[in-house]
Design a binder for this molecule. Sequence first.
Ligand SMILES: [Zn+2]
Ligand SMILES: [Zn+2]
Length: 425
Amino acid sequence: MIFICRTGFATETESNTGDSRPLYDTACGRFPDFRSMNHIQKGRLKIRHELEAPPALRKFGSGWASGVLGLVLGLSGLGLVAILRFPGIFMMDETAKLIAHPAFRTGLFVLLVLAFAFSMLSLVLRSGKTLGMTGMGVTLLAVTFGGAGATALTPNMTPLYLGLDFFILRLLFTGFLFIPLETIFPHRDDQGMFRYEWREDLLYFLVSSMLVQVLTYLSFIPANTIMAVTVWTTFRMWVASLPFVIQFLAIMFLTDLVQYWVHRLFHRIPMLWRFHSVHHSAQAMDWMAGARMHFLEILILRSTTVIPMIVLGFSQSAVNTYIFVVYLYATFVHSNLGWKFGIVEKFLVTPRFHHWHHGIEKEAIDVNFAVHFPLLDRLFGTHHMPEDNRWPSGYGISGHPVPKGYWQQFLHPFRRKKRKPPLEH
Ligand SMILES: [Zn+2]
Ligand SMILES: [Zn+2]
């Protein structure tokens, strides 16, 4: 949809073109005209433009933060009630014990009370009532649907499930960990929480979480196949008997080594680059940006990097700890954190290191492939960390060749298109 402000400046807003520029028109200093839309479109866009409100309308005391909190907690509460109602569809095997614990229902009750309280606070503080009313509405819907006392409506019919619980718990945990840090110590302090293309990255986050079962199953096939056709018993026993710290560091190094070369191939081979270009299409970096990755790339990357971890016989505790740490680490290196790490930058990958991998300028092409140890890039000649503490001026691929929107990006690698991969130095 195009609308034109008094100055004659045309701004594209929400549209079928998949464009997702901020709704607030800074050139006009006003929001779009909602008159030509139906009620659902209007409601959705009103919520979106409230979330993407300019800094002046997000200040402390404006009711924006409480409105966002009320809405996020209310939606999370509604999702958790849906899991209690349909555990066979939305609950992972791994979280079943956690959800069955009585403390889970107490936690859900507290979450719904907080959602209600924050939405109420936003209604009191904010002149626009969209966030407060929506937060209140979804919280009341969650309570009506059964609230913390909800019981299962359907039996568990199949072993298959969607990881809605994984999505909500992952989003709450990672968001509450990184959003305060990015707000207090930002690299780019003009970048809001609901920045350019946040909805696309949230959708990537949702899809990879919901499909956690199929992704995990497929990712372990190569490693399990190697295990089935080779015998490593004595060696595996020796590895499992090593001290935990040694095992953890060995997994970190070996995984990064495999990841380095698979990642480099994704840049080098034109067909693979078409998949990986989706990850590089992000024009804003933060805790959610790393989630933008083509489904097949996630599969290839995970199924190759787990091979040393599984085949060499590391203990389950070392493997589980690494999986948790690598998730946090991958989020951290994409985050909008401006911390200065000094000498540590020479030994461990930091946000500045990985931001250079995503940099839009020429000097950032095909550099910094490692995700843990910059040593790998030094060894293989792809290290790039300007001594003057510079960061890249922007992110993405020059010319922005990747289309917008999840489905367009999903189909992008399969579409015939003449495009050169970036040249290796
Ligand atoms: Zn890359
Ligand atoms: Zn990345």
